[in-house]
Design a protein around this ligand. Structure first.
Ligand SMILES: C[S@@+](CC[C@H](N)C(=O)[O-])C[C@H]1O[C@@H](n2cnc3c(N)ncnc32)[C@H](O)[C@@H]1O
Length: 297
């Protein structure tokens, strides 16, 4: 981190500001914003998502999760940096979208909102308990353009090759970027876990790549800082499959470029165009996002 190390470490020990996405599928966002403000909440817009707000003046912990607005699906509690992948995808309502690791549904519900409930999303997750949470959230948020599947995401490339206009790979990861919310990520930290996770991440990314149409987009994201799970995974795809990284221009975001090497491993030079979202630069949780364009074969 060089000169930024101190600021970076300092931010990790400060609690994160809660944020929400107001759901235009279920309500008039202006009216819900006004209602929340009348209840004494201060809403500050998240610049990169038109429905995203940081929320302050919470009277007590858990107020948002217990609110009527949450219960009715008018809001989704979502970390502001987790709104970047869908905003980076430039989704249009006519698309076929694959969300290969979708539960509990923050990206799926966000994508459905962007698509105005049109087109189709296949939202998949291998975990049955998490699928239940996904279905609950889709129902709560009024999402009707989504088919839910529960298979190992590594099978999609063979099952539906070249089918989706856009694939989201919000990969299972070591979740280091969530440490401001909970220290669990550090308590669970194991050096060997990186290698195992990286293998799953590569396989999910390759599967999503195969399931995407030529000229289609794959968004790869994690909520971790670990280069083995970020640049290392994307570099593997770039070295073995016809694709390239596209620049991300996210309004109001202060991004840092992907790392070109880590612990002696030199990555494909294109990973410099991926985006690291650091908490000390953006007042958010940590995230990594890559926008990958599949080339004609
Ligand atoms: C980071 S979470 C996804 C969060 C979700 N995209 C959201 O925004 O709410 C990663 C998910 O990957 C799922 N997963 C892990 N291995 C998988 C596999 N082989 N195939 C499909 N899903 C998998 C986990 O069950 C977990 O729900």
């Amino acid at each position: 981190m060089g000169e930024e190390a101190e600021a970076f470490m300092g931010t990790l020990f400060r609690p994160i500001k809660p944020s929400i996405r107001i759901n235009s599928l279920k309500c008039d966002p202006t009216e819900v914003r006004r209602r929340l403000e009348e209840k004494g909440l201060k809403l500050t817009p998240v610049p990169w998502c038109p429905w995203g707000y940081w929320v302050e003046h919470l009277e007590e912990e858990g107020t948002l999760g217990n609110s009527l607005e949450h219960f009715l699906g008018e809001i989704y509690i979502q970390e502001a940096s987790s709104m970047v992948p869908v905003e980076a995808a430039e989704i249009t309502p006519d698309m076929r979208v694959l969300d290969i690791a979708a539960a509990p549904g923050s990206k799926t519900t966000h994508a459905a909102q962007r698509m105005e409930n049109r087109g189709v999303i296949v939202a998949n997750d291998v975990s049955i308990p998490r699928i239940r949470a996904l279905i609950y959230n889709l129902d709560r948020m009024g999402v009707i353009n989504t088919v839910v599947t529960s298979i190992d995401g590594r099978r999609f490339g063979r099952l539906l090759p070249g089918y989706f206009h856009l694939s989201l790979v919000d990969a299972p990861c070591s979740a280091e970027g969530t440490v401001r919310r909970s220290f669990r990520a550090w308590a669970n930290w194991r050096p060997k876990a990186y290698r195992k996770l990286a293998e799953i991440q590569k396989a999910l990314l390759v599967s999503a790549f195969k399931a995407t149409i030529p000229r289609g987009i794959i968004i790869y994201s994690t909520c971790t800082f670990a280069p083995e799970e970020n640049e290392g995974v994307v570099s593997y795809l770039l070295d073995h499959y016809p694709c390239h990284i596209e620049e991300l221009a996210i309004p109001g975001l202060d991004p840092s470029p992907g790392l070109s090497s880590w612990e002696g491993e030199v990555y494909n030079p294109q990973v410099r165009r991926t985006v690291r979202i650091y908490p000390h630069r953006n007042e958010v949780g940590g995230f990594f996002v890559a926008r990958i364009r599949k080339e004609e074969i």
